[in-house]
Design a protein around this ligand. Structure first.
Ligand code: GTP
Ligand code: MG
Length: 595
């Protein structure tokens, strides 16, 4: 898609708004929807993540693409919180927290200080297991590559000893639109990466492969590693054999950008990655968004045109005839209103049933967690000598296991409930479409105007904001019922006392953590139902305005100012013709309007 075509959609949207502003029928709702569409079209967010095992050079690669060292890098596993990098006029960063704490903000042009600022929050060493309760980290940067509305995401490496980092990244995958998957030479590719890649492929629609750190290798070694990696990912993961793998040195790339050395930039291999990404982001991404916007705008116009059509007809028709038809329409609407109410009742019932399902799910999870954590405690018991055993050793082993286990369960539960909500709300949405369709159809038949069904573009409805949540899991024993004289007890008795107390503590930890998880899911369920309910109400009312509202308004005009009707009719009909043309232009794929 070239610039003129991109412009085209924008121009069409602006023309539509201009036309609607010229009509007196109060299209304010449609005008704000069209402006919102334009806004989303121009800023269209796209989440492109960098994924890979720890220490493959993910943060360094992003720094090279940005042109300076902004993200912290190190020789030890480092990035612990996904960082969202998006376009901004100036350099800045913002850290949001889970609790009520106000965001921490950074604005200054010194990139070294920005690195220091980010280090405090995103590094595992400074914020172990996300003790600071960071919800999200956002960096704003003026780099060229971010201009097209892309959000680059630096993710925690998988497979390090910090299990919760792996889990957090896995849970985050469904929100990525595309990803760069990074491997490097030493070692070429590991079992952990293969397993990770399998999951990534299932969840992310578009993947690029990058072999980093090629500065370590001579030409022959590079070729050997490249063919080895290709063989492994095609045989074990099912990636097509012909898939390109970019060979780069992120370190040289960063040096090149910092020293303005274009020869070195080309040698680093990153020139090709950059060109590819810019091209991909400009075409594929905007194209998908453009299609969705065109479709959505055409749907809005269908609604508007129906309203204009109805107004024209109502103004032309003999008054008596108009009143008769309006009465029939009113009766039909009362019937549809009843269907809407019973739809609301079913929706309420479905909400209750979904909550019950959540209660069952939580109970199963409590049992599963108890079994798992008891297993962890028993393993600790069996590994240690009786004199090494105490509450602290058991508490530590549980504290290590808990975040990974519950992050994983959180991810699984989220997916289960997303599916559940799709299952539950899908039939409601279908019935709602039918209901709205029958209001329109009735009006169209009664007033003898063309009828067109509107299909909502559902995927695009969901507003996309980068979001990542790191949950806080209870990991330490609540009360400390340490037996003061434990040391003096015979070892068999001491062990049984300790086991008893440990099991009590495990029950307590399970209750707390499952409750955290249950509450988060409960709120998501409620939000989805509330959103759907207001969508149902909103679309129903909007359709009433577009049909009955238009006829009522015409009737009123007929009675009050019959002398102005001819002028109004001419205006409406000419707007109708222009709007039909614009709608055609939105629908026809390769249409280019000259303005
Ligand atoms: N030789 C060489 N070293 C590199 C290259 N890219 C990154 N490194 C080094 O590899 C180490 C890890 O780099 P990072 O960018 O922190 O790696 P990461 O994948 O973000 O690591 P985590 O955040 O811990 O997952 C650092 O010491 C980098 O300097 C490269 O192209 N060549
Ligand atoms: Mg990193």
């Amino acid at each position: 898609m070239d610039a003129s075509e991109k412009n085209d959609v924008q121009v069409l949207l602006e023309q539509t708004v201009e036309q609607l502003n010229g009509l007196e029928s109060g299209f304010s709702r449609e005008i704000s929807s069209l402006n919102e569409l334009k806004d989303r079209f121009l800023t269209g967010r796209f989440h492109l993540a960098v994924l890979g095992q720890f220490k493959r050079g993910k943060s360094t690669l992003l720094n090279a693409l940005l042109g300076q060292a902004v993200l912290p890098t190190a020789v030890v596993p480092l990035t612990a919180i996904p960082t969202f990098i998006q376009a901004g006029q100036e350099f800045s960063a913002k850290v949001l927290f889970e609790d009520k704490k106000p965001p921490a903000e950074y604005t200054a042009s010194d990139s070294n200080k920005l690195v220091d600022f980010l280090l405090k929050y995103v590094a595992e060493t400074n914020n172990p297991a996300n003790q600071l309760n960071v919800r999200q980290v956002e960096v704003y940067h003026p780099a060229e590559i971010l201009r097209n509305g892309v959000v680059l995401i630096d993710t925690p490496g998988i497979g390090s000893t910090y299990k919760h980092n792996t889990e957090a990244t896995l849970n985050f995958l469904p929100q990525c639109d595309a990803a760069m998957f990074l491997v490097s030479a030493d070692p070429p590719i590991t079992e952990v990466e293969i397993e990770f890649l399998k999951q990534v492929r299932r969840k992310i629609p578009k993947l690029f492969f990058i072999l980093n750190k090629v500065d370590y290798l001579n030409e022959q070694e590079k070729e050997e590693i490249l063919s080895f990696v290709k063989k492994v990912i095609s045989e074990q993961v099912g990636v097509e054999k012909e898939t390109d793998i970019f060979c780069v040195s992120a370190r040289l790339g960063l040096q090149a950008r910092e020293n303005n050395n274009s020869g070195l930039w080309n040698n680093s291999g990153l020139d090709k990655v950059e060109t590819y990404l810019i091209d991909f982001l400009a075409n594929k991404k905007t194209e998908a968004l453009r299609q969705a916007v065109r479709k959505k705008a055409a749907d809005i116009l269908t609604d508007v045109l129906m309203q204009v059509h109805l107004s024209v007809k109502s103004l032309q028709m003999p008054l008596e005839d108009l009143e008769k038809r309006l009465k029939i329409f009113g009766e039909k609407l009362a019937e549809l209103e009843r269907s809407k109410l019973s739809e609301m009742d079913i929706l309420e019932g479905d909400k209750k049933r979904t909550h019950e399902f959540l209660e069952e799910h939580s109970e199963q999870l409590r049992q599963k967690s108890r079994t798992y954590l008891k297993g962890v405690a028993e393993e600790t018991f069996s590994k240690l000598e009786p004199e090494q055993l105490n509450e602290d050793t058991i508490e530590n082993s549980l504290a290590e296991a808990i975040p990974g286990f519950f992050e994983h369960e959180m991810g699984k539960s989220t997916e289960i409930f997303q599916d559940k909500m799709r299952q539950v709300l899908g039939p409601h949405r279908e019935r709602l479409n039918k209901l709205i369709g029958s209001i329109r159809q009735t009006a169209a038949e009664l007033f003898d105007i063309p009828y067109q069904q509107v299909q909502t573009v559902q995927d695009f409805e969901v507003e996309k904001r980068p979001y990542w949540v790191s949950h806080q899991w209870a990991r330490s024993f609540q009360r400390i019922p340490r037996g003061m004289f434990d040391k003096l007890l015979p070892s068999g008795f001491r062990k049984s006392q300790l086991t008893k107390r440990a099991m009590e503590q495990i029950n307590e930890l399970v209750t707390q953590n499952v409750e955290n998880l249950r509450w988060a899911v409960y709120q998501n369920i409620d939000k989805s139902f509330i959103r759907f309910r207001s969508e149902l109400q909103g679309r129903f009312e909007q359709t009433l305005i577009a049909t009955r509202g238009a006829i009522d308004a015409a009737l009123k005009k007929r009675k009050e100012h019959s002398e102005q009707i001819t002028g109004e009719l001419i205006r409406l009909d000419s707007a109708r013709i222009t709007l039909e043309e614009i709608k055609e232009a939105f629908i026809s794929k390769n249409q280019r309007r000259s303005t």
